[in-house]
Design a protein around this ligand. Structure first.
Ligand SMILES: [Zn+2]
Length: 59
């Protein structure tokens, strides 16, 4: 039998900068990894911790 495909489910955090509102993504990351540290926006360099965790549908 020919070999099956393999699948890997990636967790992706969608981040919007609090300063410039540009978007970037952080893959393979948990909520715990995201909290308790500061992150620099790759667009404008704004460095802040993550604030709210919002739902993907914008609610
Ligand atoms: Zn920014």
């Amino acid at each position: 039998m020919p070999p099956d495909h393999t699948a890997y489910i990636e967790t992706l955090a969608h981040v919007n900068c609090g300063q410039c509102d540009e978007y970037w993504g952080l893959s393979d990351i948990t909520r715990d990894d995201l909290t308790g540290t500061e992150w620099s926006c790759p667009h404008c360099g704004h460095k802040r911790p993550m604030g709210e965790f919002v739902r993907g549908d914008g609610e």
